[in-house]
Design a protein around this ligand. Structure first.
Ligand SMILES: Cc1cc2nc3c(=O)[nH]c(=O)nc-3n(C[C@H](O)[C@H](O)[C@H](O)COP(=O)(O)OP(=O)(O)OC[C@H]3O[C@@H](n4cnc5c(N)ncnc54)[C@H](O)[C@@H]3O)c2cc1C
Length: 167
């Protein structure tokens, strides 16, 4: 293969955003993606896109645990065992990754969430935090990240009216 400036492994959300940014800087890029390439037509053409058995039960768009999984234990002295069925989170599989089927919901965190230790201490007093609770401030503030939230929202075409609507 011809020599490239950049190799991206996994062309999901992060990979494709990086690829776009780097391509705009003039770099020559190749992406290696484990899953299939899917196209709007025919892969997401009606009625294929509403096939509940394929998408919601067989998780065809998601990483299969038999290809790659992770282990988990409930207490430090348990033997860690592999997940055989993913549920609480579903890594994507194929070009576009989980960005292919995300729900299009977008949140901005509250400013207080970035300084949760300080906020709780100031509002309720330090005594309310149990000794073994690892609550911390993030080290970056909402204001520092705000331009990046704004850029992201423009990138994904975020629309709608922000805020609390009629309570
Ligand atoms: C059903 C669902 C709904 C969601 N809805 C929302 C939402 O409404 N709002 C929101 O903000 N987020 C949502 N998310 C989360 C969001 O889609 C993910 O956080 C985001 O896609 C993660 O990006 P990523 O680049 O980290 O991983 P992914 O997009 O999953 O990309 C990882 C890529 O790497 C590839 N890969 C993995 N291992 C290898 C390997 N060894 N070699 C080559 N390629 C490899 C995978 O095939 C995949 O394409 C949703 C997720 C799911 C599953």
């Amino acid at each position: 293969m011809q020599r490239k400036d950049v190799v991206i492994i996994g062309l999901g959300w992060t990979g494709s955003i990086l690829a776009m940014e780097l391509a705009q800087e003039g770099l020559d890029i190749v992406a290696l993606e484990r899953g299939p390439m899917r196209r709007t037509n025919p892969d997401f053409r009606y009625p294929i896109n509403t096939d509940e058995l394929t998408h919601a039960h067989y998780f065809t768009l998601m990483q299969r645990p038999r290809e790659s999984t992770l282990t988990m234990r409930h207490t430090p002295d348990q033997l860690a065992l592999p997940y055989r069925r993913l549920g609480s989170f579903l890594p994507g599989h194929g070009v576009g990754g989980a960005g292919v089927h995300w729900n299009g919901q977008n949140w901005r965190p509250e400013a207080a969430e970035f300084r949760l230790h300080s906020y709780v201490t100031e509002t309720f007093g330090a005594d309310i935090i149990p000794e073994d609770m690892q609550i911390q401030d993030w080290g970056v503030t909402y204001d520092e990240l705000e331009p990046h939230f704004d850029r992201w929202e423009r990138l994904i075409g975020c629309t709608g009216i922000a805020g609390n609507l009629n309570g």
